[in-house]
Design a binder for this molecule. Sequence first.
Ligand SMILES: Cc1cc2nc3c(=O)[nH]c(=O)nc-3n(C[C@H](O)[C@H](O)[C@H](O)COP(=O)(O)OP(=O)(O)OC[C@H]3O[C@@H](n4cnc5c(N)ncnc54)[C@H](O)[C@@H]3O)c2cc1C
Length: 642
Amino acid sequence: MIGTLDGKTPPGPLEQKWRNHKNNSRLVSPNNRRKFEIIVVGSGLAGGSAAATLGELGYRVKCFCYQDSPRRAHSIAAQGGINAAKNYQNDGDSVFRLFYDTIKGGDFRSREANVYRLAEVSNLIIDQCTEQGVPFAREYGGLLANRSFGGAQVSRTFYARGQTGQQLLLGAYQALCRQIAFGTVKMFPQTEMLDLVLVDGHAKGIIARNLCTGEIQAFAGDAVVLATGGYGNVFFLSTNARGCNVTATYRAYKRGAFFGNPCFTQIHPTCIPVTGHHQSKLTLMSESLRNDGRVWVPKRAEDCAKPPNDIPDGDRDYYLERKYPSFGNLAPRDIASRAAKEVCDEGCGVGPGGRGVYLDFADAISRLSEDTIRERYGNLFDIYQKITAEDAYKTPMRIYPAVHYTMGGLWVDYNLMSNIPGLHVIGEANFSDHGANRLGASALMQGLADGYFVLPYTLPNYLAGQIGKRPSTDHEEFKRVEAEVRARVKKLLEVNGERTLTSFHRELGLLLWDKCGMARNARGLREALEKIPDLRDEFWKKVRVPGEGESYNQSLERAGRIADFLEFAELMCIDALERDESCGGHFREEHQTPDGEAQRDDENFAAVFAWEFQGNGNVERPKLHREPLHFEAVHLSQRSYK
Ligand SMILES: Cc1cc2nc3c(=O)[nH]c(=O)nc-3n(C[C@H](O)[C@H](O)[C@H](O)COP(=O)(O)OP(=O)(O)OC[C@H]3O[C@@H](n4cnc5c(N)ncnc54)[C@H](O)[C@@H]3O)c2cc1C
């Protein structure tokens, strides 16, 4: 059964929609704001900026994270930069161009109006963060400096060396601390949301576990905001922080929130390659490096074992420059990743197992000097040396694609509200703006746009009708969901089997990488759909979760997250199978152009797929809702970066 969904895009010309919508949105008066309690789960860039802004506006906010401090959110790992259409470089950038690049980069699978709004508010983010003291790099004249990221022919990426996420997070964190000091925001660190509570169909609270004491508690609010990040760790190996997980969004899905495009995963082309079974995560080498680094492999397979500096220029294949002369090394991530896989599949990969390509700075160093390269990317070269014991100033880096970001997430409308009234979803946790492939430096932009500049305007549309409707945690629904959470924790501890958590997670991850990774096909996806339920059954019979529930127990935390991954992985494969076309990072091998690029099917698949959980505790076939995508300002074309 298929239903249709309305994204509630406001009427009017594209460039006026957001202004008109703000003008027509409902307001909550300053005196009434303090009567509302907003639950914000997550304090990374999206949640931290939202909680700080809502606190500043006068709402009472309860903000949760599972780390010991908001400063440890995965956002801190972001290296390369944040996009904005300031056009400081005078190189022809504009709001429209940023919008167009983003929608084309996403292979025309995102909502036009949302993406335009994102481009519009991008400039406000840079102003606000600069005022907060974020130390963006500057030109000699004092203006903020920019570099280029994939999928763009202008320089619009603002950066703070290779630590942009960390610096932006410090800005959001200090804004959050200000509100904590004022008493408008109460922070609950090391507290993990394990379920969502609905009262009369509205999201009115959460059940969370205090990770230090094991205490399970209920929290009521007038609205719930999920800012819980992405689920790339379903693949076991990814560039995400080890704790990143799907639990909050998946639990909300099981309570009725639709999951949008769960199979849209981003594989980043420039990561340190896998070297063996000892790794528990992978490391990104920022895309910014492709501003100056040149990607190549030996032309002949027999040269692959030679030291790279012994291979003369004429024997190298600078395959991105060859295949995509206009964008060259700055081809978008999905395209650059597939190109790397292709040359490795052809036998020209380098390093262990032939799964690597070179990222070479020799030309840039001779053109600009080693000092300049050190100044631009020094910390990234240091990370590379610490992990590989190789000096990338002297010999090229070896890189290979790895799971990095998830474009899928809970479905939201233009107000960033899910189909459950009151449940809002922001940042990487929602499906919103990146379609089937996110452009580099656009995730930070989206997280901060949602938190600082969109949600504070759209949330009152829901809240204005909710005065006095916050239930107490004594409500029977809170009791019921809390009992279910307790039972689940108990069940995990009672299995008492012999297999480790890591062995289950690794097996699931390898299966997904193989069947639902950089390339997918119907046969492989069906195979995965047969194997995942068996693995899940085995998990519930044989997993070993040491320790107890009433204490600090990291194994128990991981067990809950892996149990959710084991269900969610199935949803990803169902989605990937149903979307019988290629688009962006979703590369169905059956659908490719003669030269191996993704072949979209706009007639049948220009739509968001939003899945509704069916069944009660079982992962039965979910119901598909389609939100048709209408394009007024852009012309749907075959994406070309040649
Ligand atoms: C290595 C790396 C580098 C990157 N570099 C860039 C870049 O240069 N530019 C760019 O634009 N993007 C970059 N990205 C992507 C970007 O960093 C992320 O998409 C973005 O930071 C996500 O922000 P967020 O606030 O949505 O989520 P996160 O920062 O992941 O925050 C999630 C928050 O939710 C909390 N949380 C999660 N689940 C629960 C739960 N159940 N209960 C309680 N709390 C919970 C966490 O504690 C945390 O506070 C990079 C990603 C990686 C992996």
